[in-house]
Write a protein that binds this ligand. Structure first.
Ligand SMILES: NC(=O)c1ccc[n+]([C@@H]2O[C@H](COP(=O)([O-])OP(=O)(O)OC[C@H]3O[C@@H](n4cnc5c(N)ncnc54)[C@H](O)[C@@H]3O)[C@@H](O)[C@H]2O)c1
Ligand SMILES: O=P(O)(O)OC[C@@H](O)[C@@H](O)[C@H](O)[C@H](O)CO
Length: 535
């Protein structure tokens, strides 16, 4: 039987082919210095790799990582039996390479080990908490305020209050914000040493979002303590709040590497390369980039020595990436899914879709951006499309299309706000929003894909099926754009923007791949049809 990757088989990697790179440092020598919340594929392919490289260059072995799982414990079962070892399969058109990474030194699940995780966060040897908990993991703070009515958040605040009252409980924390706050509270209550929280999610100003999120949880805990008349608790929360303000830093980051969900084909390729089974394998494109605001509360790994850009201002990088790369990714995912493409590489091979997204970037996105140092925005747009076309990467349109309500605000709507404020009607961004709307409608059709979104029911109610959307696109656009949980006030109040979205819905519908649908046939047969003109 083929062995499974683990420390026991580490030595066998030495005789692996040159396309396999063993860990750069002996994992057994590493101790934990980073706690990562949200141990998904991306963190393994990005932050953990950079960190291992930094350890190898600096010789600082105290930057091992404790990876904390998020909603599911799958990663615990994948990484645990492998002693934290896993491979990154780097996929190119012409060859594949595998790096085995040993920077993750422990894995834990909040379901069974929240208290232990909080205690690790409190240890003086832990200096950084990193996060990739997805957009929805911020419980609403990504585009507004934390939803304090979520039962999971209410539960986590009760847990904190118990801790405040001196009852250290082993009840699990049910949200990433709750677990983070609990860990910080343990730290404040023990050594009170400074610490850095580094969000690595695809959100604008992710450091500030994280700080804001914690602030609203703490003030809710404060109010709840006062309501319950808990002796001294409200004062203690106030001191905790002051400690966070003075001793916890929240640098912003821009992270970039395309990391699709691992497929069976990826596993087979990796298994052939390394000769071992790897249930925690991740797959990635060759490109990677990490820009970090250099504002740490204490020491950090020597990331700058391994290609990470440390800067005083992340905003231009993060804006260019979210507004160009991620916006194009989402719109290609909706249009691609509507045209029957399973992957982004298929969608980007369709000239109609490429010209639609190129028009969107040129007309409505680039005018809102300031190019980061060394970047030419039109060239960046082209490089992004080239990365998407990587024939070895099967990033599914459905994976990117999920959670639109959490992604569209930072990918399209903030840009649209800038355009409206400067007196323009962003018709090409309206086309992107229309693509999302038509995609949502398709999920209510017979045989349509499922809508994976925390606001799925609300969205489907607003949009209806493709047939009802075709009948009254204006009403559907109006209902969606007036949703205050998604659309900023500037757009909700802009009749021309709502009108532009409604006008672009038939253009998107004309692009749909419905062989039995005459509008689709028409758009193929008549290149100058309204649908094509309007992309
Ligand atoms: N995959 C990429 O190409 C990529 C690139 C750049 C940035 N990112 C960022 O990383 C995030 C994760 O991507 P991934 O590829 O690792 O996805 P993934 O599905 O492999 O992992 C997501 C992780 O987040 C956790 N999670 C999901 N919902 C949560 C919730 N509501 N609360 C707390 N934790 C939750 C999951 O349990 C898991 O640990 C993305 O949402 C994005 O912000 C991903
Ligand atoms: O990971 P998500 O779900 O936030 O977004 C899906 C993709 O757009 C995204 O992961 C990109 O691949 C990534 O941002 C590239 O750096």
């Amino acid at each position: 039987m083929i062995p499974r990757l683990s420390l026991e088989h580490l030595d066998a990697l030495v005789s692996a082919p040159p396309t396999v790179r063993p860990p750069l440092v002996d994992p057994r020598r590493l101790s934990i210095g980073i706690v990562h919340l949200g141990a998904g594929a991306f963190q393994r392919a990005h932050q953990a790799l950079y960190t291992e490289e930094a350890i190898a260059i600096s010789g600082e072995t105290d930057w091992g990582i404790l990876a904390v799982t998020g909603r599911s414990d799958r990663v615990l079962h994948d990484l645990g039996p492998q002693d934290g070892l896993y491979g990154i399969l780097e996929r190119r058109a012409d060859d594949n390479r595998l790096s085995v990474v040993g920077a993750i030194r422990a894995v834990a699940s909040p379901t069974t080990s929240s208290l232990q995780i909080a205690r690790v966060i409190a240890k003086p040897t832990t200096r950084i908490i990193t996060m990739t908990v997805t957009e929805k993991g911020y419980a609403g703070a990504a585009h507004g305020t934390v939803d304090l009515t979520l039962p999971t958040i209410e539960h986590d605040i009760r847990v904190i209050l118990d801790e405040l009252a001196g009852r250290s409980t082993d009840a699990p924390s049910r949200t990433a914000p709750g677990l983070l706050l609990r860990g910080l509270f343990h730290r404040f209550s023990t050594t009170a040493l400074p610490i850095t929280v580094l969000s690595c999610d695809n959100l604008g100003d992710n450091g500030a979002v994280t700080r804001r999120m914690l602030r609203s949880l703490i003030s809710e805990a404060h109010d709840e303590a006062a309501r319950r008349d808990l002796a001294g608790a409200a004062d203690r929360v106030a001191r905790f709040q002051e400690w966070i303000a003075s001793s916890v830093r929240f640098p912003s980051t821009m992270v970039d590497r395309i990391v699709p969900a691992t497929s069976r084909e990826d596993r087979e390729i990796a298994e052939r390369l390394v000769g071992m089974r790897d249930d925690a394998l991740v797959v990635a494109e060759p490109f990677r980039q990490w820009i970090i605001e250099d504002d740490f509360a204490g020491p950090r790994p020597a990331w700058e020595a391994v290609g990470v850009t440390m800067t005083t201002c992340v905003a231009p990088y993060e804006r260019a990436k979210l507004r160009i790369l991620n916006a194009v990714h989402s719109v290609l995912a909706y249009l691609g899914a509507l045209r029957g493409y399973a992957t982004i590489r298929d969608a980007v091979a369709d000239p109609l879709l490429v010209s639609a997204v190129t028009r969107m970037v040129d007309a409505d996105i680039i005018p809102t951006l300031v190019a980061p140092p060394g970047m030419e925005l039109a060239r960046y747009r082209d490089s992004v499309l080239k990365r998407f076309a990587n024939p070895a990467l099967a990033h599914t349109t459905q994976q990117i299309a999920m959670d639109g309500s959490q992604k569209i605000p930072q990918r399209l709507l903030e840009t649209a706000v800038d355009r409206v404020r400067s007196g323009d009607i962003p018709r090409e961004l309206a086309f992107g929003v229309a693509a999302w709307i038509v995609f949502i409608a398709s999920t209510s059709d017979r045989d349509g894909p499922a809508l994976r979104d925390p606001l799925a029911e609300e969205l489907q109610r607003a949009i209806g099926s493709s047939a009802s959307l075709r009948g009254d696109p204006r009403a559907a656009a109006d209902r969606l754009v007036r949703n205050a949980a998604i659309f900023p006030e500037t757009l909700r109040a802009s009749a021309p923007f709502r009108e532009a979205v409604a006008e672009r819905i038939p253009d998107v519908m004309a692009l749909r791949a419905e062989p039995s649908d005459s509008s689709w046939t028409a758009s193929r047969e008549r290149p100058q049809s309204k649908g094509e003109q309007g992309q």
